[in-house]
Design a protein around this ligand. Structure first.
Ligand code: QAP
Ligand code: CO
Length: 167
């Protein structure tokens, strides 16, 4: 089932997600719906926060062929490199807006999958950027809030103008 995505600056995008304590059928179904919603929107990542569910759940697929789904339940970044990467980011909650954000170039991640298995992996490049971007959502942070105040003001103005056009 496709889920509606909250659009910035919706206040619920600032709610801090709570850890998942039991991976029951409703959580498994939510991860499936999140993946379907991400693929349908041609996204590479989606956090539960963006579909107004305030639990620590993220889906990511940075593969070209959209066939390498990562389900991250209660994800944590256990290590950040000092080395940085600057990447032009976008967000399904901020359609049409893209800007450069600096983040750690490499990270170590631990999470649980939808089967309840714990796993860890190292990430760099687009995957490292995506994990950091999605985990920001879980603490109520949208990538535009990592840009200058001037850029944030300009983005809000642009969003209001785009909304008017669709009236
Ligand atoms: C986060 O973002 C991300 O504006 C995921 O019109 C982005 O999937 C991580 C999207 C970049 C790493 C690098 C955005 C689709 C998708 C749009 C997305 C749009 C259509 C964004
Ligand atoms: Co996003």
């Amino acid at each position: 089932m496709l889920l509606p995505i909250l659009n910035y600056p919706h206040p619920n995008l600032h709610i801090v997600a709570k850890p998942v304590d039991t991976i029951d059928d409703s959580i498994v179904q939510l991860t499936k719906d999140m993946a379907e919603t991400m693929y349908a929107s041609n996204g590479v990542g989606l956090a539960a926060t963006q579909v107004d569910v305030h639990k620590r759940i993220v889906v990511i697929d940075v593969s070209e062929t959209q066939d390498d789904l990562l389900v991250l339940i209660n994800p944590e970044i256990t290590w950040y490199s000092d080395e940085k990467i600057v990447y032009e980011e976008g967000c399904l909650s901020v359609p049409g807006i893209y800007d450069k954000v600096e983040r750690a170039a490499r990270i170590k991640v631990k999470a649980t999958n939808e089967k309840g298995e714990d796993y860890t992996f190292d990430a760099d490049g687009l995957l490292a950027v995506c994990v950091q971007h999605e985990l920001d959502h879980l603490i109520g942070k949208v990538f535009v809030e990592r840009l200058s105040e001037l850029k944030q003001t300009r983005i809000k103005t642009k969003i209001k103008k785009m909304a008017k056009r669709t009236l």
